[in-house]
Design a protein around this ligand. Sequence first.
Ligand SMILES: Cc1cc2nc3c(=O)[nH]c(=O)nc-3n(C[C@H](O)[C@H](O)[C@H](O)COP(=O)(O)OP(=O)(O)OC[C@H]3O[C@@H](n4cnc5c(N)ncnc54)[C@H](O)[C@@H]3O)c2cc1C
Length: 388
Amino acid sequence: MDLTSRERQLQETARAFVDELIPWEVEAEMNRGELPPDVAAKHHDRAADLGLISINMSQSMGGPGYTMMEQTLIQEQTGRVTNALGWVVSTGPSWIGEVVTEHQMKTWIRPTVDGDIHECYAITEAGAGSDVDGIQATARRDEDEYVLNGEKWHVTSANLASYVFFQAKLAEGPNAGRHVLFFVDMDTPGVECARVPEYTHTYGHHHWEMRFSDVRVPVANLVGTEGDGMSFSHAWFRYERLMIAARCCGAAERLITEATAFAEEREAYGERIADYQAIQFMLADSLTELWAARLMTYETARSIDAGADLKAQHARCSMAKLYASEMANRVADRAVQIFGGRGFMRENVAERFYRELRVDRIWEGTSEIQRVIIADQLRKRGVSPIAG
Ligand SMILES: Cc1cc2nc3c(=O)[nH]c(=O)nc-3n(C[C@H](O)[C@H](O)[C@H](O)COP(=O)(O)OP(=O)(O)OC[C@H]3O[C@@H](n4cnc5c(N)ncnc54)[C@H](O)[C@@H]3O)c2cc1C
């Protein structure tokens, strides 16, 4: 696909930065995902200097104002590194858009855009994941405050966050049962970490189980108005699904490159394994599927920049995420196979991606939920408005 010179330059900048991160992967893997604090700080400062933090924030919110295509190209590069080292290229809560108040901008959003503080999201619960409407967390208005209660699961980056977006349903009042979203500072009384479970990947970003017990927040912490809660989640899901697709393309590119290089040098039975068709076919299938995923992802980004209908955007982001995440998992599986026993060692890139990419078929909507969304749009709109 043709890229403008600015797009190509951003892509190159992000690629060169990620090339600096890659040598730190094994150290992170062997140290519970952590890098020495001075190294992590250096990565953050470097990303900031290169214009690679808060890449999704508009200029009016203090961000760089990149197009969706530019963000996609940057995120694709961050997908080439394991252990979430690429997450130093941050994406703030751009979904908040025009509903952000001056107070919220000053207290949370601007410091987030500047890279000084970080957020996390508490939406999922033990009994409600795909079915977000099934959440049990509650918010009750008490004069000029809300009182929040609930237990949340899988709260990513909670260990690094200063504040959390907490989603609940109103317990009473004229909007009872409708969704609400709040800014909640992590040090607010009643906010606690209930458990830090271990996950399949080795990331410095932990996924807490969190308990909110009679947490009191001022009315000024409400995002938008009562009942708006779900619309923000949808905007975020749409954006993040496309970015997952982009990162999966980056991961697949790295895997194909590394597996090809290994196959060219590894010998078995006196031949380079790259000379065996069984190996060639795995690489050929991987490259073909990467190209398809990349075209879908880029085309979706371009159509968003061109102002495509919101429902078509929703379906396309789901299709890109579904295809790219499943593609990347197939590519990782083949890469492990090509590396043989080495592909089962944690110091090997294929092993790490094999574990890490699995969650891309689960978070921000499972593959099944993406199919539900795509089928729903197909039945409502037909083929052309979505895939035409
Ligand atoms: C590492 C990690 C980080 C996460 N980070 C966050 C975070 O920061 N904040 C947050 O709020 N959440 C987070 N999540 C939660 C994540 O979004 C959910 O796990 C995901 O949406 C799936 O929900 P669930 O786990 O409850 O599975 P369930 O919804 O219980 O689904 C179980 C199975 O049933 C299938 N299924 C469900 N409904 C249907 C249907 N209608 N048709 C067909 N199949 C169906 C699913 O596809 C899946 O296979 C994270 C999860 C993980 C693993």
